[in-house]
Design a protein around this ligand. Sequence first.
Ligand SMILES: Nc1ncnc2c1ncn2[C@@H]1O[C@H](COP(=O)(O)OP(=O)(O)OP(=O)(O)O)[C@@H](O)[C@H]1O
Ligand SMILES: [Mg+2]
Length: 458
Amino acid sequence: MTVISTMFDSSKPVLSAVASIALMRTVTNELIPREVLNFVQSGLHHVFRQFNAQFTIVIEEFQGMTRNQVFEAAEAYLGTKATVSAERVKATKSMEHKKLSFNLDRDEEVSDVFEGVSVKWKLICIQVDSSRVRHFDRGSSPVSEIRSYELTFHKKHKNKIIDSYLPYVMEIAKQIKQGIVTLKIHSNEYNRWCHDPIKFNHPMSFTTLAIDEELQREIKNDLDKFVRAKEFYRRTGKAWKRGYLLYGPPGTGKSSLIAAMANYLNYDIYDLDLTNVGDNKSLKQLILSMSNRSILVIEDIDCSVKLQNREEDEEVVHNGHNNMTLSGLLNAVDGLWSCCGEEHIIVFTTNHKDRLDPALLRPGRMDKQIHLSYCNFSAFKQLVVNYLCITEHELFEKIEVLLGEVQVTPAEIAEVLTKDVDATECLQDLIKFLQAKKMVQEESKREENSKEEQDLGI
Ligand SMILES: Nc1ncnc2c1ncn2[C@@H]1O[C@H](COP(=O)(O)OP(=O)(O)OP(=O)(O)O)[C@@H](O)[C@H]1O
Ligand SMILES: [Mg+2]
């Protein structure tokens, strides 16, 4: 008994351990058969090897004064796991977030499995004298604890964890962040963006947008490719931006498509009113102050300021208070994109593509030109789902024929479909509306033809 108490004498841990091992060896060598001893020893050896085979990555919250992005990502990612496997979590919700979020509490552990590999996360918090802490939390108040995550796993999976798991955590965190942050729409007040952007609550999405199915698929694929192409843009030295020109008659869904794009990508919108911009320098400032992952929208580019005629650029174009030029616009846009800012989409809209200066349409400037046209049957069916909640009706056949003969915008159809609560009555009204429109369009076509014939002297 005396020996055992010496063994655990904490003042002499090394000597005690050596003494106890020697004693145990003597005792066991005499009492336990050699084979059993070998077996036990190899088992213990295996256990120790297993124990030592753990590898730990420490992810500190701050790198100097800036917050470590890996820590932020881990925090968001583990928030989704915490309620499942931790025993104590913290719940938070701020004004700008839609949902509750959960975080690990101090010293809590969460396990995770990635492609068959088990890992363990632990939040370590060390209390420190706040006067000695050199970094600040987001609200700029001194923090009194240093936080870090420890990510532990078997050594043999080191490459997989570093090359695949951590990038996966970063990606998931990004998606989570997108899901909880509400979108904003910024508008310019003369030469600067308003301080208080408005919450962007437009319900339009690619599910409710009534455009041709094929076109919709094409646009979504294009956006997906753009978002995934960071590496491509970096490798090719191109700025990570994409320009869209949306053109078509009023009421065909250009603004609705912009809303659907913003909701799809979770990008803020910067709605730039060019008539409100003083000069080229202010325009450049406005574009430079946009945040990453956002859509710059310039609606009705053909009529917002007098930019159509490039020759006039040589002189300054005066539009009331506006001293802005087309070259100014193009330079601001290209200048920004070639040096700073990431994941920017710019959308110009117009009802009259033919009135635009070719410089605006040059390849590389507008990467994609999207024609939003009159309503076809596939777009009509989407509108009916939106407004009447039906997918089939006996009157559809008749409407399909009429839609092939009449130029009608989704906005016009939407208006008719909201007039009545009864689906059949709405569709009957729509048929009447389309028939009347058909007559008017045929009449004006006849007039046009006879005018042409007169001009040609037939
Ligand atoms: N393709 C569409 N899908 C669903 N709704 C549409 C569509 N097009 C138009 N609408 C309906 O019509 C309204 C007006 O459409 P929107 O403002 O998108 O047209 P626009 O092409 O931007 O017109 P403008 O050229 O006058 O700016 C929308 O609020 C929406 O209710
Ligand atoms: Mg519009």
